[in-house]
Ligand binder design. Structure first.
Ligand code: HAM
Length: 423
C-alpha cells in the first residue's frame, strides 16, 4: 500500500460532525453583520510582505516570527521575500480602501469579512497555522460611540454562539500625542529591571516597549508594577476613553478595564479590547480582539482616516462552545427515499418532488432488501423514510418516522405537512 499523506502541521480538517458548530457561528456572524448594517468585502489571501511589515509593525510577532511566506511556481527567494499569506485582514482591507479611493464614498464605511488567516507559529491547542476569523471594520468614524457599538456587537456574537462568561477587557493605548510619554515611562521602568526580562522582551524594549507587556513570560509582579497607559493619556484620549466606557455602561456591556492590555499588532491607537472567558485571562487564549487604528491609513500611503474593528477567532469560539457543552440548534429532518427492486426512477422522482418542497432528501440507490435500506437510513442520520411502492400510482407513499417507528401511507404532496406539522 502507498504511504499515506497527513494534513499539514497546524491545520485541521473539519469533519461532518464538527461542521454544524461552524455553520452555527458563521450564521450568527452573518446575521449580526446584516443587523448592524455591514457590507461584505473580500480581499486576497496573500499580499505583499511590505503591507504587513508596515501595517502590523516589524516588532509584532505576526511579522517578526509568523509570516507564512509564499513563492511563485519557481519559488525563488525574491518571490518568497515579497509575498505572504494574510495573518489578519485589517491591513489588506485598509489597502483596498486606499487603492479603490473608497474615502469618497458616503461614510462611515462598515465592512465585514469571514475567512481563513495564516500565521506560521508553533501549533498548540487553540493556535493554528490556518485559522478563521470573522472580522468587522469601520472606516471614517472617530468614535467613541462606534467603539462601544463594536464591543457590544462582538459580545452579542459570543452570546449568540451560546457562550457564557465572556468578558471584554478594554483599555486605551493613547495616540501620537501621548503614547511617546507612555513609551518613555515603560522604557525607564523596564530598563531598571533589565535582568528580569527575557531576550524577547529586551529586543521589544528597543523596538516597541509596549509589547514587553505582551510577553507571556513577564513576571506577574513586574507586569503589575508597570506604568499604566491610562495614567499617561492626553486630555483628548482621556475624554475619548471616558466616553467609550460610559457608553459601554449605558449599553450594559460586561467589561473590565485592563490598563496594561496592549495588543499584539502595532497599529492600535486609543481603544483596544480583547474578549476572554472570565477567569481564564492568563492563558493568552483570547476569543477575539480589536481596537482603533487611526494612523493606519496614513501609514499605508492613504489620507488620514480613523478606523476601528475587531477580529473574532472562530476556531477558539467553537473550542469554547465544546468546552461549555453548548447545545446546537436542532437540525432539520432528513428524508431517506427507499424502495423495492427496480423502482429507481420512481425513487428519484419522489426525491426530486420532496426536494422541491424544501426537504433534505437522500435517496437509496441500492437494490438491497427494504429492511437493510431502513437500517442504513437510520444509521446515516435520516429521521424519516419515504418508502416507494405500489401506491405510487395513486400518488401515495409509505412514510415512516424513524425515531418512533410509526408508519402511514400519505400522498406525496402531504409529506411536507406531515414532517413539519407547524407549516
Ligand atoms: P488578533 O488579536 O491578532 O487581532 O486576532 C484576533 C483573534 O484571532 C484572536 O483573538 C484569536 O481568537 C484569533 N487568532 C489569532 N491567531 C490565531 C491562531 N494562530 N490560531 C487560532 N486563532 C487565532 C487581529 O487579527 C486584528 N486584525 C483584529 C482587528 C480588526 N483589529 C482591528 N480590526
Amino acid at each position: 500500500m502507498a504511504k499515506t499523506i497527513g494534513a499539514p502541521r497546524g491545520t485541521r480538517d473539519l469533519l461532518p460532525e464538527q461542521t454544524p458548530a461552524w455553520d452555527h457561528v458563521e450564521a450568527v456572524a452573518r446575521d449580526l453583520a446584516r443587523r448592524y448594517a455591514f457590507d461584505r468585502i473580500e480581499i486576497p489571501l496573500f499580499e505583499r510582505v511590505e503591507l504587513f511589515a508596515r501595517g502590523l509593525g516589524e516588532s509584532s510577532d505576526a511579522v517578526e516570527k509568523e509570516m507564512f511566506r509564499v513563492g511563485g511556481a519557481r519559488g525563488s527567494d525574491e518571490e518568497r521575500a515579497e509575498w505572504a499569506l494574510r495573518p489578519e485582514p485589517t491591513a489588506g482591507i485598509v489597502r483596498a480602501f486606499i487603492e479603490h479611493g473608497m474615502h469618497v464614498r458616503p461614510g462611515p464605511l462598515r465592512l465585514t469579512l469571514l475567512g481563513p488567516m495564516f500565521r506560521y507559529d508553533r501549533p498548540q491547542a487553540g493556535r493554528y497555522r490556518q485559522f478563521t476569523q470573522w472580522d468587522v471594520e469601520v472606516l471614517g468614524d472617530a468614535g467613541p460611540a462606534v467603539d462601544a457599538e463594536l464591543v457590544e456587537m462582538a459580545m452579542r456574537f459570543y452570546g449568540g454562539a451560546g457562550l457564557s462568561d465572556v468578558v471584554a477587557n478594554v483599555n486605551s493605548v493613547g495616540d501620537a500625542t501621548c503614547r511617546p510619554r507612555y513609551r518613555q515611562a515603560l522604557v525607564e521602568y523596564f530598563t531598571a529591571h533589565l535582568d528580569r526580562l527575557t531576550d524577547d522582551s529586551r529586543r521589544r524594549l528597543e523596538v516597541n516597549p509596549l509589547r514587553v507587556l505582551d510577553d507571556k513570560d513577564l513576571a506577574p509582579d513586574l507586569a503589575g508594577g508597570a506604568p499604566r497607559s491610562t495614567d499617561h493619556l492626553c486630555d483628548e484620549c482621556r475624554a475619548h476613553f471616558r466616553g467609550f466606557l460610559d457608553l459601554l455602561d449605558a449599553l450594559g456591556v460586561r467589561h473590565v478595564v485592563d490598563d496594561r492590555l496592549v495588543r499584539g499588532l502595532d497599529y492600535y491607537t486609543r481603544t483596544a479590547f480583547e474578549f476572554v472567558i472570565a477567569g481564564r485571562e492568563g492563558q493568552q487564549q483570547a476569543l477575539g480582539g480589536g481596537g482603533r487604528y487611526d494612523g493606519l491609513a496614513e501609514l499605508l500611503g492613504g489620507r488620514a482616516t480613523p478606523g476601528i474593528g475587531f477580529g473574532v477567532g472562530l476556531d477558539r469560539t467553537v473550542l469554547a462552545m465544546e468546552e461549555q457543552g453548548v447545545a446546537l440548534p436542532a437540525r432539520g429532518p432528513v428524508v431517506a427515499v427507499l424502495g423495492t427492486g427496480d423502482d429507481l426512477a420512481d425513487r428519484m422522482r419522489v426525491a426530486a418532488t420532496l426536494r422541491e418542497a424544501g426537504l433534505a432528501v437522500r435517496p437509496d440507490g441500492s437494490s438491497r432488501k427494504l429492511g437493510k435500506q431502513l437500517e442504513s437510513a437510520a444509521k446515516t442520520g435520516a429521521t424519516w423514510a419515504a418508502i416507494v411502492g405500489e401506491e405510487l400510482v395513486e400518488g401515495r407513499i409509505g412514510l415512516k418516522n424513524l425515531a418512533t417507528g410509526e408508519q402511514e401511507t400519505v400522498a406525496v404532496d402531504d409529506v411536507v405537512r406531515r414532517i413539519r406539522p407547524e407549516r
